[in-house]
Every structure is written in C-alpha cells, then in structure tokens.
Ligand binder design. Structure first.
Ligand code: PEP
Ligand code: MG
Length: 288
C-alpha cells in the first residue's frame, strides 16, 4: 500500500485476499481478517478498493489445508469453487469484509466465475451474511457492490448476462489468456505459447468491454497485459479505462496513457480486431 500510495495509485484495483491466508500457518480468524481489511481501507483514505474473495488452488496452495489431490489444479478446486465447497471459510471472509467496509463504499468481487449461476450463488451467500450480521446487530455494510471476474472463456460468452446482473466486471487478463489458450501460465516450457495478443484474446476482451458499456457498468482490466506499452493502446481503444497493475508499473503505464489519443486508439483497436493471425497482430503491434 505504501508503494502504491507513493506512486500515486488512484485505488486498489484488485486486492488479492489470499495473501493473508497464504502467509499464515492456519486459517486467519474472522477477527484477524477484519483487522487486515480494515487497515487497507483506512490506509487508502477513501480511494477505491476492490476486494477479491479468496483465490486459492491452482498454484496458490495453503500449506495447512491439504485439500484434495488434483492432477490438474488449475482446472480443479480453485477460487470461487473452493469458496463454494468450503462455505464456512467463505462466510467468515465475507463477514470480515462486510464488517470492515461498514461505513465505506465496499466492493467485493469473485474470482473464476464461470456462469451467471455462480455469480448468483455467491451473491446469495453475501446476502445471507448481511442478514445474519443484521440479526446480530453487528455494524456492517448491507449493500456492497458485487462484481464478477472475467477469467474464463465461459464467462466471456455470458459477459452480457453477467454485466446485467453485476455491479461491475473485472477482467483477470492473466487467467483469461491461460484459459483461452489452454496454456498453463506457470509452465516455463510453454511460455512461448502464452500469447496475450492472440486474436481470440483480443476479440474476447473487446466483447467484455462492450458488454459493460451496454449495461452501463464499469469494467476494469487487471493483469500483466496492461503493463505492456505496445498492448495498452489496444485496451484503451476497446474502451477500457480502469487498469490494475502491480504498483511498480504505475509510472510507466501512466506515461504511456498520457500519450494516447482516444480516437486513434479506437481506430487502432478496430484494425487489430479484424486480424485473424497471430503474426498479423504482431506486425501491427510491432512485437516479435
Ligand atoms: C488475473 O488472472 O489476471 C488476475 C488479475 O488474477 P491473478 O493473477 O491473481 O490470478
Ligand atoms: Mg486470476
């Protein structure tokens, strides 16, 4: 947070809530989580914070929670699926978030949503937690804004319906590329196949941005792609305006953004979206 503040971040576009879980040797209690979330909100002094619920599984395992043996963890019990399976953990986290955001514009989003049904299920659990906190007379936020992360091809296909139901969308670019291209983002042997400017990815991003526009909700983009000055103009060109990157990249992307013209980027994006081959996109982007 200190780095982000020093580099003039306008908010936290994605708070990876699994970190306080990963660094401990047992599950943090509701109280411990409450203190962590509250400290973040206070340190950001009214700036926007998007809290993402627990995203464990895949390559982020909890040492104290062996869970199930999986041969394909990235296609397994990860993110929101983990939260649905272990609902006590999910509810504890939601209670801590709702309490920490009592007097704030609280925003919570769910990772790896694969359907509108997933989103509704998560939303229902939030509502149950709100009701429970109300019965207990515990100070809490009773109307948090809820968002869906777009990280799976399935979510892209139903982005329109998700945009109708959610308060905001957040594209998880790192995972979206991984799942669209079936390339494990952590596998060094196939890193050359992890092509974030693949035409399929560009078209998917454009569709999600359009879905958000059609329903008048914000769409943010989180992930490495936004730190690439060659690709950033495309992201701006399809209408994205909210970028979440690691703090250290902020000055660089701010500099790139300052040089962009919205009409030019829109034309550029339109041109890229017509290209069907990776090599053609590479030529247009001047990358190899
Ligand atoms: C992403 O998938 O792009 C993302 C921002 O989330 P994470 O890298 O934590 O999976
Ligand atoms: Mg992700």
């Amino acid at each position: 947070i200190n780095t982000a503040r020093a580099l003039k971040a306008e908010g936290i576009g994605l708070y990876r809530s699994e970190f306080p879980f990963i660094i401990r040797s047992s599950f943090p209690s509701e109280e411990e989580q409450f203190r962590v979330y509250r400290a973040i909100i206070e340190k950001m002094e009214g700036r926007e914070v998007l809290f993402r619920t627990l995203d464990v599984g895949g390559d982020k395992m909890l040492s104290y929670f062996p869970g199930v043996e999986e041969s394909n963890p990235f296609l397994g019990l990860r993110a929101i699926r983990f939260s649905f399976r272990y609902q006590d953990i999910f509810r504890e986290q939601l209670r801590a978030l709702l309490r920490a955001g009592a007097d704030t514009n609280l925003k919570i989003m769910f990772p790896m949503v694969s359907s509108v049904d997933d989103f509704f299920q998560a939303r229902d659990i939030v509502r149950e937690c709100v009701a429970r906190l109300g019965e207990e007379n515990t100070a809490h936020n009773s109307a948090p804004k809820l968002g869906a992360m777009i990280e799976l091809p399935a979510a892209v296909e139903v982005a329109d319906e998700l945009a109708r139901e959610a308060d905001f969308l957040s594209i998880g670019g790192n995972d979206l590329v991984q799942y669209m291209l079936a390339v494990d983002r952590t596998n060094q042997h196939i890193s050359d196949l992890y092509v974030s400017h693949h035409p399929a990815v560009l078209r998917a991003l454009s569709r999600v941005a359009e879905a958000g526009r059609n329903h008048g909700i914000p769409v943010s983009f989180c992930g490495e792609m936004a730190t690439d000055p060659k690709i950033l103009p495309f992201l701006v060109g399809i209408g994205l305006r909210r970028f979440s990157v690691e703090s250290r990249a902020i000055p660089r992307i701010r500099e790139t953004l300052a040089q962009l013209d919205t009409v030019e980027t829109a034309n550029f994006a339109e041109r890229l979206l017509r290209l069907g081959r990776i090599t053609e996109v590479q030529e247009a982007l001047q990358v190899t």
